[in-house]
Design a protein around this ligand. Structure first.
Ligand code: GLP
Length: 243
């Protein structure tokens, strides 16, 4: 894995935007795998700025998102479809018809069938990732075994607690989600993870400072990818003893 240690969050986002911009300029028709959560928000802001000020063109780009909560309508403010529209798609010239976020409503089996069909239809050039405090990627939670393909996942108490900050109360946080599997994530041509936020030291340490992979830390599987980049801040690097 390639590690980039950036001075702060803004520099992390700028480094990530550089990688995405290069890809979009070289391959205007690429498919991007996108992520939600607080961590990528600054990357989307920076890409919007580059679109508006430097003409970065997303008109032929397509996208597929990592995951979606079960039970939230796309118009729900905490749904990941709403997040993607409001944080990114509404501000760039991507054709929304070419963006995909799994449906959190309706029959989950039907949604998963559709999710798998979309994933199989094209190759993802770059998969953007955040890191959950318990080591999850997408919504692949730690456990004895991981799923390869898109599936429904029961969220861990720790994930529910961490994501409660976006909801009025913890009771409103959905208990399950649809997510790409680890195999889907690994099949992207490149992986780009940004680590930001509180309580991620332990997972980041396992990811970056150990030589092992384990379903106890789903993110650790990205160590097996031949083109994976992780961007952390100097502060986190110091906390986990990473030079
Ligand atoms: C959620 C998402 C993940 C994300 C993680 C970390 O559970 N499903 O894709 O990486 O949270 O989020 P944050 O960046 O807000 O810490």
């Amino acid at each position: 894995m390639k590690l980039i240690v950036a001075k702060d969050y803004a520099a992390q986002c700028s480094a990530a935007a550089d990688i995405i911009e290069k890809l979009v300029r070289e391959k205007p028709q690429c498919r991007l795998g996108l992520a939600t959560g607080s961590s990528p928000v600054g990357i989307y802001k920076e890409l919007i700025r580059r679109h508006q000020q430097d003409g970065l063109d997303f008109s032929q780009v397509s996208s597929v998102n990592l995951d979606e909560y079960v039970g939230l309508e796309p118009e729900h403010e905490q749904s990941y479809r709403y997040f993607m529209n409001s944080q990114f798609f509404d501000h760039i010239n991507i054709d929304k018809a070419n963006t995909y976020v799994a449906s959190g409503v309706g029959d989950p089996e039907e949604s998963l069938k559709c999710f798998r069909t979309v994933l199989a239809k094209a190759e993802t050039e770059l998969q953007l990732l955040g890191l959950g405090g318990d080591g999850h990627v997408g919504f692949n939670e730690p456990g004895e075994a991981l799923h390869c393909s898109a599936h429904m996942e029961t969220l861990d108490e720790r994930t529910i607690a961490a994501n409660a900050r976006f909801f009025e109360s913890i009771d409103q946080v959905p208990r399950s989600a649809l997510t790409m599997g680890i195999g889907d994530i690994m099949s992207a041509k490149s992986l780009l993870m940004i680590i930001s936020g509180e309580g991620k030291e332990e997972a980041a340490k396992y990811l970056l400072m150990s030589d092992t992979v384990s379903p106890a830390c789903p993110a650790s599987f990205m160590k097996l990818h031949s083109n994976a980049t992780v961007i952390i801040s100097r502060e986190l690097a110091d906390k986990i003893g990473c030079k």
